[in-house]
Design a protein around this ligand. Sequence first.
Ligand code: PGA
Ligand code: ZN
Length: 407
Amino acid sequence: MPKIEDIQLNIIKDSKGEDTLKAVMTTENISACSSIPKGKSRGEKEAAVVSIEKVLMNFEKIKPKILNQSFNCLFDFDNFLIDLDQTKNKQNLGGNLTLVLSQTFARFLSLYKQKELWQTLEEEFFILNPALEKTLTFSPPLFFFNLLNGGKHAPYGPYIQEYLIIPQTNSPQKSLSLAIEFLQNLKIYIIQNYSQCNFGDEGGVLIPSNDYEEPLKIFKEIKSKMNSEIEISFGLDVAASSFYHKEEETYHLAPSRTLSSQELLETYLDLNKKYNLFSLEDPFEENDFESFKNLKQKIGERTLIIGDDLTVTNSQILNQAAQNDAISGIIIKPTQIGTITETLQTIGLAHRKGIKAIISHRSAETTDDFIADLAIATRAYGLKSGSPQNPERVVKYKRVISILNNK
Ligand code: PGA
Ligand code: ZN
């Protein structure tokens, strides 16, 4: 392996216009760069995000140490960072600093080996999870499109955070085209019914109503008019921690609807009857494994029960969720854990436990398409990258399509 000769850390703007990190690693012949996103509805147990000022200071301290070493693989590089940090959740260096370096090193390695990023990640993935190489088969990831934004991702609207469509096709190209058509119809509907169409953080439309069922009614109407040959399923990312009141142990699902967890569960059963939900992400607050399990027992045969804030891409918590039989799907966000190696370990564990991994963007994104390569490399079940309205979301879907066209 060549030594990294220089690393630059730059501050760039994300899709929300806020500062985020971009790293560039160079040798005489190689220049690899990547940037990282940031979440707004963050799980309590996620890797720490430290301030940009502190990141810059930390970076100056560790940069000479990195430049002094030679790393054979991503595992070596990430372990070096983990050892330097010495905390459970990357509190010292910052998960944002460790991830941007880890991601950039993965690209650096790829360029050095003259391979595609997904090939390098695949190699690392199977080194970490050797038994999976023989058992995992490849099929393209399903796309999860968030077309209507609520909760923390919207200035107004329902308290449920994401209303998704999931076209049931193994053609990513057809899936993207269908989502673009659906979104177009949705925009027309919104303009006709609410006079103007605004967008939330992930490029989904907004509605001026707190009614949590309204978006599903609209989706159903559009779906029936489109009459597509490909089935268009619906899903929710409830992000229930964002409207959970800890002291009262209740959920404020809408301004005048305060529910116990049992009542919330019944609400899901009712919605599921009417809209046949394909997936339900974070239906309860992030420590309530028991309610996840109860819901999974009721509807888990046909509906994916997905952990995001619940599991935060952490293999130990995933283990706990699996032991509790709480989930059948897991959202994977490298930012939640802070290195790509640990992300690969969590995805490997998900495969071994029979839990479907859905690789995900964050609400404040950049145009980096790293997660598309990650999804292909790890045989992920799905890719969740928002609405096709915004370029920072579309690049990820398109990268999957382009990898598969050239594979
Ligand atoms: P975040 O939300 O990126 O704002 O945390 C995304 C999600 O909850 O899936
Ligand atoms: Zn989520």
